[in-house]
Design a protein around this ligand. Sequence first.
Ligand code: G3H
Ligand code: 13P
Ligand code: ZN
Length: 353
Amino acid sequence: MAFISMRQLLDHAAEQGYGVPAFNINNMEQLLGIVAAARKTDAPVIIQASRGARAYANDLMLRRMVEAAVEMNPGIPIALHQDHGDTAATCFSAVQNGFTSVMMDGSLESDGKTPSSYEYNVAVTAKVAEASHWVGVSVEGELGCLGSLESGMAGEEDGSGAEGKLSHDQLLTDPVQAADFVAKTGVDALAIAIGTSHGAYKFSRKPTGETLAIERVKQIHAKIPNTHLVMHGSSSVPQEWLEIIRKYGGDIKETYGVPVEEIQQGIRHGVRKINIDTDIRLSMTGAIRRLMATRPEEFDPRKFLAAATVAAKDVCKARFEAFGCAGQAERIRPLPLDVIAARYAAEDSRRAA
Ligand code: G3H
Ligand code: 13P
Ligand code: ZN
């Protein structure tokens, strides 16, 4: 089986009413854990790499690892996605390196920190969508800034995110503007701001409707029912892994993530792609700390990394099951990207007629 187009995968998820986790990778163990879980549950998956991941692991290494995963798991549809592309150049270099999907995050300027103007976001995202679609590559845009509705602070702590204090309007995607954005850019999927943020510190207590605006998902979905919605910052920050990290010497303060039940609500209202990085990081860190502490004589890194891989696999398996993605792999036949490109071209000429 070949790589799958993210658009084809999310269309299938929409038809069948499930959500697809998009897991971040930076190294082989993360990929092995994710793919083992996908195989175990017969789930399709989106593997994504941030700019940081590409710099860390090298494009060629990442691409070849994911190609190997595809070859070794012919029954599992896998999309390879650029997470938070900051410029059109980043997105096109990902396409050049074999990614089948890109995110143009034009909600921020090209410094990846400053909230951009709406006009800039539309222009840069439309440019990326037009050219990516020529070669069958799917495109995700973002409208609104990730950050905390609790504190009003932007989510700058990790990878990609605005800096400083944001207004309530910036922190919540506007449904009417979302419809205009999708019409003007032609994106396949739209990342929305609803109070989630990247990293481990999302909420200081279990979120409520005030701090995690699932109602807003419903309003956006009602306006753009045919656009696949994306929830970023969707790690659930498992308390059991936090306890293990603390028990074995780690320093993680009290914090809460996005409850799986809230994500399931989102899936009932048009969320099709759910971004998860932190949960894998936390589980791997916990597993490594525990093994190092309980087996101080051990010095073979494979032992630590194998334990970390199992921990990542367990987290991913639970998400595939919770999002209704388990069992869906055998129901999808990935189409070649040139067939997908022809579909975009046909859509364009229908619109122009
Ligand atoms: O966008 C956020 C992801 O968690 C990626 O983070 O830039 O540290 O790889 P990163
Ligand atoms: P988490 O930090 O919640 O895992 O979010 C990851 C993400 O949104 C990557 O784009
Ligand atoms: Zn993100």
